[in-house]
Design a binder for this molecule. Structure first.
Ligand SMILES: [Mn+2]
Length: 424
């Protein structure tokens, strides 16, 4: 472990006086800060295994060195993040990139770091070496029954790997679709996909969920067979009570009102959870909260209001995952920033005066409604989130400590500069 407990304690001692002052001032201003601190402590965000290495674009990849070379090293990296922020207590794996050779040992390793396995992800958007049939023209939608069979069996295999690790959800994201008008019969593609998903659904253990993720475009640019939340909701509804719609923030057309989508999916009991990221244009997979933190807050406002309306447990009843990966930041620093942004937006949403907002809505007092939301959005709640970390044993300033401790340098020394992660 690269950052020892003693280093965290020393770091916290250095920053404590300033933190305590900021926290005291904030506590004077807001209602029930202890509740917010406790809920933020409980709120854990799953780290995707594929975000631990440098991502890339189709033009190039610029690795920063010291990337994890194995599943064990990926778990070590998530453990390090969790040690620093006490908010990354889960990992989301991708099959076949992360097939555990010894699931029992992997499970024990994760558990020794306080980590659990979140949703497992299948991959039918790439052809793997030695694969019998190509996914060039789709997987679960494919015209050829043998291609569909291969993709269905792959998803079943992913479920088996997930079971061995204690995961309880399968995320299915399909790149299926078409690139040109006329290429595909939309209705028949939908029906073939539904039938394939039904077979996979039938193989789900009873305590599992299936997350059906949608995406508006890319890699197919004319149609995507699970292209938006309406289509995902159709599949999830037809599949049954264990199937839900997964919202990836970057998978919408520009300016989509994601908070409204979230509100209605929650109303219908069909929201699976999230893949968090941020974007300026499309599926940019940028650091959460880096482009539009206000939108993130508005989404969390709907989440908190909607989950409370259904009596749901904020931390446990939905899947909270990051899905981001890019080219220019240290991936671990990026993930620390993302988890911080998510917990901050959650804390803000917890402090929205819901009674006052309802009153404003009932009176058509539009200006008051805006004031209520922006009052909390413009209050700096970072000391509350830092206090949650501190109480759980994390660092007051995780990113600073990551740098002070020279973590990346140590990882490069351990793993080499040209270490390459499996996957992207
Ligand atoms: Mn995603």
């Amino acid at each position: 472990m690269l950052v020892h407990k003693a280093a965290i304690t020393a770091h916290n001692e250095t920053h404590y006086a300033q933190h305590a002052k900021a926290l005291a001032a904030l506590k004077d201003r807001i209602a029930d800060p202890e509740r917010v601190i406790k809920l933020v402590q409980e709120f854990q965000v799953a780290i995707p295994s594929w975000a631990l290495g440098t991502g890339g674009t189709r033009f190039g990849r610029f690795p920063g060195g010291g990337e994890p070379r194995s599943l064990e090293e990926k778990i070590e990296d998530v453990a390090l993040l969790h040690r620093l922020n006490q908010g990354s207590g889960a990992i989301s794996l991708h099959i076949p990139w992360d097939i555990p050779s010894n699931p029992k040992a992997i499970r024990e390793l994760a558990s020794s770091h306080g980590l659990r396995f979140d949703a497992v992800n299948s991959n039918t958007f790439q052809d793997q070496p030695g694969q019998a049939h190509s996914y060039k023209f789709g997987s679960l939608q494919h015209l050829n029954e043998q291609v569909r069979r291969q993709a269905i069996e792959h998803n079943m295999e992913v479920i088996r790997h997930g079971e061995a690790l204690g995961s309880q959800a399968l995320t299915v994201w399909l790149s299926d679709g078409s690139c040109f008008p006329g290429q595909l019969n939309f209705r028949k593609a939908f029906q073939r996909t539904l039938e394939s998903l039904q077979e996979i659904y039938a193989a789900l253990p009873k305590d599992w969920k299936m997350f059906v993720e949608y995406k508006a475009f890319e890699p197919n640019f004319y149609s995507m067979t699970v292209g938006d939340w309406g289509q995902s909701y159709l599949y999830a509804s037809k599949l049954g009570p264990q199937a839900y719609t997964l919202v990836d923030l970057g998978h919408h057309l520009p300016n989509a009102n994601i908070e409204q989508i979230v509100s209605l999916l929650l109303m219908e009991g069909k929201l699976a959870g999230f893949h968090f990221n941020d974007s300026k244009y499309g599926d940019d997979d940028l650091t959460v909260g880096s482009i539009n933190p206000y939108q993130l807050f508005l989404i969390f406002n709907e989440l908190v209001e909607g989950m409370d309306a259904r009596g749901m447990n904020h931390a446990a009843d939905l899947g909270w995952m990051i899905d981001a990966s890019h080219n220019v930041k240290d991936p671990l620093e990026d993930l620390l920033q993302s988890v911080e942004a998510i917990r901050l937006a959650y804390a803000q949403a917890l402090l929205v005066d819901q009674a006052a907002l309802r009153q404003a809505q009932e009176n058509n007092d539009v200006a008051a409604a805006q004031e209520i939301l922006q009052e909390v959005y413009r209050t700096d709640l970072r000391p509350l989130v830092a206090e949650a970390r501190l109480r759980s044993g994390g660092a007051l300033r995780p990113l600073d400590l990551f740098r002070e401790a020279g973590v990346r340098k140590a990882l490069i020394a351990q793993r080499g500069y040209h270490a390459h992660t499996t996957g992207l």
